[in-house]
Design a binder for this molecule. Structure first.
Ligand code: IPE
Ligand code: IPE
Ligand code: MG
Length: 226
């Protein structure tokens, strides 16, 4: 099934706070849940799963929280054996490492490069992790790239100049944790996609939740009952 699902993985902090645990425990569980969800997405034969791991806005969070989240991305991109077993190819989307504003730490850059190289032969689902990603930065970079090449600014040219031009339009966008915002995620790629808003936090986002989101994709599944 060539469906592209995008997930704004929100609510890790609230999940932990509700259990009287530190916010970092929520991020740890959020990463575990992503690993679980990848398995479910493969089982559902989803073509592309793109997840928002860390935004260009998230760097202002407390240093210790940022450090913890950075470490979790190293762990996530290190799950190569699991991903190979599932035939999943990994990609990354974010501010290019060599751009002036980029902030991806070297240890995450290495993990990203290794994960991409070590899963490149897989032919199943493409898992794209957004880290140091912001849609505004992506669009500004695309326009600047076109201007530098003396090309006109058209929708087609912008689409070709995005960070991952091969990423298809999003078929359904998920936002967890009761928020009704897109928070600068894949704005160009999801202009026409339905959005599944759920009160569940990201660590609680499970198979039934994914199915409810998939039901919003036109001509896929049954529309949810009102
Ligand atoms: C999402 O969970 C993870 C990131 C943004 C990195 P949050 O950390 O935003 O959790 P809440 O929204 O504070 O509950
Ligand atoms: C969106 O969550 C970013 C990620 C999931 C990485 P945030 O928690 O950062 O979004 P806002 O601040 O509520 O818009
Ligand atoms: Mg949040």
């Amino acid at each position: 099934m060539s469906i592209h699902v995008g997930c704004i993985m929100d609510g890790n902090g609230r999940w932990a706070e509700r259990r009287g645990e530190p916010r970092t425990a929520g991020h740890t569980e959020g990463e575990e849940n992503l690993a679980r969800l990848v398995r479910v997405a493969v089982k559902r034969d989803i073509g592309w799963l793109t997840v928002f791991g860390f935004s260009t806005e998230n760097w202002v969070r407390p240093r210790s929280e940022v450090r913890h989240i950075v470490g979790l991305h190293k762990k996530l991109f290190g799950r190569v054996a699991e991903l190979n077993e599932l035939n999943v190819r990994v990609q990354w989307i974010g501010r290019p490492f060599d751009s002036k504003s980029a902030r991806t730490p070297a240890l995450v850059q290495r993990a990203i490069r290794k994960a991409i190289a070590d899963t490149r032969r897989n032919t199943g689902m493409l898992l794209t992790v957004a880290f140091d990603y912001g849609a505004k930065a992506e669009l500004v970079d695309a326009v600047n790239h076109l201007r530098a090449e003396g090309r006109s600014i058209t929708p087609d040219h912008i689409s070709e100049s995005l960070y991952l031009p091969e990423l298809p339009p999003v078929d359904v966008l998920v936002r967890t944790s009761g928020e009704g915002r897109l928070s600068n995620f894949l704005l160009w790629q999801s202009t026409g996609s339905p959005v599944y808003f759920t009160d569940k936090t990201w660590p609680e986002f499970d198979e039934a939740e994914l199915d409810a989101a998939l039901a919003l994709v036109p001509a896929h599944g049954t529309a949810p009952t009102r």
